[in-house]
Every structure is written in C-alpha cells, then in structure tokens.
Design a protein around this ligand. Structure first.
Ligand code: ATP
Ligand code: MG
Length: 251
C-alpha cells in the first residue's frame, strides 16, 4: 500500500482507494471496479464525504427490513469485497442473512477467490459458487444461487447495476441499494436507496443492527412503515445542492 500520512485531509478517501487497488492486485476486484470507485468518489465529494441525515434514516430502515425478512441475502461484488469484508461478515451474522458473491464481470475463478477471501475474514458460509439459477438478463450478474438471491425476499446490493436492480424489483423482492449517485438507475429503482459510501454505510448498519435486534417485529414494522424512498432521494439531491450553494458562498 502507498504511504499516506494520517494527517492528510482526505486520508480516509485515499485509503479506500488503496483498498480497491489492492483488490485488483489480489484478483478480487475487476478493473472496471476502479472506474466505478472513481465515479463514487465524485459523488462522495458532493455529499461532503459524510453520512447525511437522509442516508442514516435509509440505513436504519434497511436494517429493520433485513431483520424482518424471511430470506434476506447480502449480495457481494468485487468492490464491496475489497472495501468492507469484515463489516459484511458482521452484518450477515447480526441479521441472519447469508453472503452471496454476485459479479457483473463474472468468472468462476474470481467468484471462488472472493468466497475464500470472505471466509478468511470470518464468514462461515458464502453462496454464489453454485450459480444454478438465472435472472433474465444477458450478463454475468444474471447468474445466482437458487437457494440465495433467487429465492430471497430482501436483498442488500452494495453497488448494484440498474437493470439487475430493476429485475430484482420486478421479481417482487425488496431491494436495498447502496449507491452514492442518487440519480443512477439503481438508486431510482431500488426499494430503499442508501446514498452513502459503502464504507460508512456498512459501519453504520453494523451498529444499527446491534441495537435494532433488541426490538420486537412490531416495533421494527413501525420504523419501516413511514418510509418513502422518493422523499429520501429528493432529500439527498437537496443535500448535494445545499452543499454546493455553501461552497459558492465560501469562495
Ligand atoms: P446504473 O446502472 O445504476 O445507472 P451506473 O452505470 O451509473 O449505474 P456503475 O458504473 O455501473 O454505475 O456503478 C457504479 C455506481 O456505484 C455509481 O453510481 C457510483 O456512484 C457507485 N459507487 C462506487 N463506489 C461506491 C462506494 N464506495 N460507495 C457507494 N457507492 C459507490
Ligand atoms: Mg450500470
């Protein structure tokens, strides 16, 4: 890893970038994943590299939905595996949802590499290796496990792509997306959109799950009931705009 001084003002962002580069080096992240990260960084700059109020609410509702689900699954791609493997393992245990490796640029080799990487980080079981079911899409992300994403009622997809997100919603699933771009097709089609960096989102969700696990289903339902994803997306766009207005005044 590059030597980034801890007092650098953008230390966390630069370390995150290093982790993605390392993911590519060890063969768990695709080269296209680097481009996706760059796009994410741009939007992260716009949201002020922090968890906004609307994003935190979406994270809370998402955790409630995962806790209430009958067959929740946490989908893992090459970027998520490189950035937040420990948090994914922790969240999976807290909400009782298996991890499933699902790749856009799929190769059996990379799937196996990610499965063993997640196991090294403490995961007991990781789905995605069977790939015995298909969504009606024509790229690698169509391949899923029949007893995982295919049958899931609630799916968390950190960094999803728009048409697969749509397909999962069309199948009647509740889709929770983490995407820093509130205008992407994924953000606009998901049931719950968390406009936050996957690194902050997963850390928050682990903390929230530890607390919300203590509530009964009725209390969890009450939190979910009022949620309006359209409003959350509008708020995140407004938060970006307010941030930009503030910058113009500062200059
Ligand atoms: P869509 O198909 O939904 O319109 P896209 O094609 O614009 O999406 P991709 O390049 O397929 O987007 O995927 C990258 C998406 O993931 C971008 O929207 C980007 O903002 C987001 N992203 C990248 N890195 C992160 C991250 N660390 N945390 C959260 N979101 C991220
Ligand atoms: Mg896309």
């Amino acid at each position: 890893m590059s030597d980034i001084p801890k007092d650098h003002p953008r230390y966390i962002s630069l370390m995150t970038r290093e982790r993605i580069v390392e993911g590519v080096d060890i063969g768990i992240t695709s080269q296209q994943g680097l481009v996706a990260q760059g796009r994410g960084e741009c939007f992260d700059y716009l949201v002020g590299e922090r968890t906004t109020t609307s994003a935190f609410l979406a994270e809370k509702v998402a955790v409630c939905m995962l806790l209430l689900a009958k067959r929740p699954v946490l989908s893992v791609n090459g970027n998520a595996a490189a950035l937040v493997p420990e948090f994914l393992v922790e969240l999976s245990e807290l909400v009782g949802a298996p991890l499933e490796v699902n790749l856009f640029h799929r190769s059996d080799e990379r799937v196996e590499r990610i499965i063993s990487y997640l196991k090294q980080k403490g995961a007991s079981e990781v789905l995605g290796g069977k790939g015995d079911a298909r969504l009606s899409l024509d790229h690698g992300r169509a391949i899923v496990d029949s007893d995982g994403i295919y049958k899931a009622d609630v799916v968390l997809v950190p960094l999803e792509d728009g048409d697969r997100c749509q397909k999962l919603v069309d199948m009647g699933k509740t889709v929770i997306a983490i995407d820093l771009n509130p205008m992407s097709r994924t953000s606009r089609t998901a049931s719950v959109t968390i406009v936050d960096n996957v690194v902050r989102a997963l850390a928050n969700m682990v903390g929230l799950a530890t607390e919300l696990k203590k509530l009964d289903p009725f209390e969890l339902q009450n939190i979910v009931k009022e949620y309006d994803n359209g409003r959350i997306l509008s708020e995140s766009v407004r938060e970006i705009r307010d941030g930009l207005d503030g910058m113009i005044i500062d200059m």
